[in-house]
Write a protein that binds this ligand. Structure first.
Ligand code: HEC
Length: 137
């Protein structure tokens, strides 16, 4: 099969699955820590999440991405994990960075092959914080 045809097929397939694509807990999920997650979230150098998002419990917050208040009431944890890890799987045009892009998540456009911005533990720590502060009343 011609390569472009294969890429096109993969792109269509990833769009079809876009709505409920999710990522199961990693092996670091059992040691997730809310306080470490909070520190990562406010660290502009490592994550810069607050440049684009308002996040409950944080003074600073940007407007470029959606407000993350009430997040865990909008979607299950595995979907939030996927969105932080690699949102390109859902929206290839996104300007949110893929913080934990790994082999096999999807096969299109992977300029950061082999490298992740967050460690696996960092990803789970951030998720733990977000779940904790957005679980509602
Ligand atoms: C450069 C800006 C930018 C940065 C930095 C960024 N995001 Fe995002 N984020 C977005 C945008 C824009 C969206 C909306 C999705 C889209 O349309 O691409 C989004 C969507 C999300 C969503 C889904 C929210 C919803 O209600 O649908 C979550 C969760 C999220 N981001 C978490 C994070 C976390 C955690 C970090 C840091 C590790 C982060 N983001 C860093 C721009 C950013």
């Amino acid at each position: 099969m011609k390569l472009w045809l294969l890429s096109f097929t993969l792109l269509c397939a990833s769009n079809l699955w876009a709505v409920d694509i999710s990522m199961p807990p990693t092996k670091s999920a059992t040691t997730a820590n809310v306080e470490r997650g909070r520190k990562l979230l406010i660290s502009r150098q490592e994550t810069s999440c607050v440049l684009c998002h308002r996040i409950p419990g944080m003074k600073e917050g940007g407007e470029m991405g959606p407000d993350l208040s009430g997040l865990s009431q909008r979607m299950p944890a595995d979907q939030i994990r996927q969105r932080i890890a690699d949102w390109r799987a859902v929206n290839p045009q996104t300007f949110m960075p893929a913080y934990f892009s790994t082999e096999g998540l999807h096969n299109v456009a992977k300029p950061m092959k082999g490298k992740t911005i967050l460690t696996e533990q960092g990803l789970e720590d951030i998720l733990a914080y977000l779940l904790e502060v957005t679980k509602g009343p």
